[in-house]
Ligand binder design. Structure first.
Ligand code: HEM
Length: 417
């Protein structure tokens, strides 16, 4: 098991929460089988805790999926490498304090308080995790880091069906925050921004939710805004060997030494044409996904965790050859290693000028290699019939920094050594 304790992974509560909603690419983490994610916004819930900050990997990558998530991408406006290094140190200190729930000192009232005050001081345990990642642009000529770039890190190109909006894509640095409540996430964001205001400016931001739903033991327990169970097929986040194989960059990967213990993070802001989708007949929806809507079972199976047998259905009579799960994972020997950890969340941003709801999936995946794991999957999905209901509008490729091993270390310190 990684540095995250099993209790952290189980998220505490134990009882299953009911309801629907939430993001693809989530649960399915084995450990969530009995996990009752704390669906309410009660940060003081007795089941919540402080997640460990120090360790070989950043805890938020594999921690239990939280009900509320927030991503904020920043541009670095610091003048030079020293300022960048100092920014990483500040991010380290502030993240350690926030995840550890350390109180902020109260100051002389003639000064502004050191904390926002909206969640109390100290902030209550809320399973808060903060994950810091970097984008390819950080390795341009500004900070002299070009020769330190993780080898597969590049600006996310236009992929399947994309209409990427530059104002909602890429960034030098990405912070992924998750916890039991939106106000905790905003607290963490504001404290981080306050501490780094001279060197980081916001580039884009998106928040969203992942509500747990009834699931069979071992099932995903999460639905996306298309109403389908999502996250069924995902690596087991309690299995260290599986994570070493699929998620964490290893010493023999040909990556810069500082990157070992990190992971590639793919983010895709995928708007769903929900009004259109809601008028599609159920059998067609199920054919597009390749699973039953009611319980997430594959079309040739009886239960969510049943393995589809595509070999027995070569012409796609039961599961169309163009179904999302069949394209994503045709279950042939050649694709066996192309597995990714999907940890997305749903979002809602009101409605657009045409009166259409602006909702979708913040697809997030973690993998040891973009080129060997993520790219072959997205290439197979390019042109899938489901695309008609989707519009990828933002996101980017990022690299999650290795964990901060102990108090003497800081995020990305290996980058500067
Ligand atoms: C809004 C967009 C998307 C929706 C609504 C969606 C929905 C789903 C659903 C319902 C499942 C089946 C349950 C499960 O195993 O999780 C699934 C599986 C999967 N999706 Fe997506 N997905 C989306 C985007 C993507 C993207 C961009 C990728 C890119 C890599 C992807 C990769 C996968 C993979 C690898 C699986 C597991 C397939 C399997 O092994 O059976 N999905 N998705």
């Amino acid at each position: 098991m990684s540095t995250v304790s099993r209790r952290a992974l189980l998220g505490g509560a134990g009882a299953l929460a009911f309801g629907a909603v939430a993001g693809c690419s989530s649960g399915g983490d084995g450990a969530t089988a009995t996990a009752g994610g704390t669906t309410g916004a009660d940060p003081a819930s007795a089941a919540s805790q402080h997640l460990p900050f120090h360790g070989p990997h950043q805890a938020g990558v594999t921690a239990q999926h939280q009900p509320q998530s927030l991503m904020a991408a920043f541009d670095v406006v610091g003048a030079d490498r020293d300022e960048l290094r100092a920014t990483f140190q500040t991010l380290t200190e502030e993240s350690a304090r926030l995840m550890g729930g350390e109180p902020y000192p109260e100051r002389d009232p003639s000064y502004p308080p050191l904390h926002t005050g909206h969640v109390g001081n100290p902030a209550p345990p809320a399973d808060l995790s903060i994950v810091v990642s970097v984008g390819a642009s950080l390795f341009d000529d500004r900070f002299g880091l070009a020769d330190r770039r993780p080898i597969e890190l590049r600006q996310m190109p236009f992929l399947a069906n994309d209409r990427l909006d530059p104002a909602r894509s890429h960034g030098d640095l990405l912070v992924t925050i998750a916890s039991t409540s939106q106000d905790m996430n905003l607290f963490a964001l504001r404290q981080l921004m306050r501490a780094t205001r001279s060197t980081l400016t916001l580039h884009w931001m998106l928040d969203g939710f992942t509500r747990r739903t009834e699931a069979e033991p071992g099932g995903a327990g999460v639905r996306n805004l298309m109403g389908f169970v999502d996250g069924t097929v995902n690596p087991d986040v309690t299995a260290t060997t599986e994570l070493d194989e699929l998620v964490w960059v290893g010493a023999g990967d040909g990556e810069p030494a500082w990157a070992v213990g990190g992971t590639y993070q793919v983010v895709r802001t995928i708007r769903m044409r929900v009004e259109f989708w809601d008028r599609v007949r159920l059998s067609e929806q199920e054919a597009l996904i390749g699973r039953r809507k009611s319980d997430g079972a594959p079309l040739d199976g009886a239960r969510e965790l049943d393995e589809p047998d595509f070999a027995a259905d070569p012409d796609g009579d039961v599961t169309p050859l163009s179904a999302h799960i069949r394209l994503a994972n045709p279950r042939t020997p050649e694709v066996a290693g192309q597995r990714i950890l999907r940890r997305g969340f749903s979002y809602s941003r009101g409605f657009d000028g045409a009166g259409q709801l602006d909702q979708g999936l913040q697809f997030v995946s973690y993998q040891r290699s973009i080129d060997r794991q993520f790219m072959p999957i997205i290439e197979r999905l390019d042109g899938e019939p489901l695309e008609e209901y989707l519009l990828p509008e933002g996101g980017g490729f990022f690299f999650v920094l290795p964990g901060v091993a102990d108090e003497g270390r800081s995020f990305g310190d290996g980058l500067f050594s």
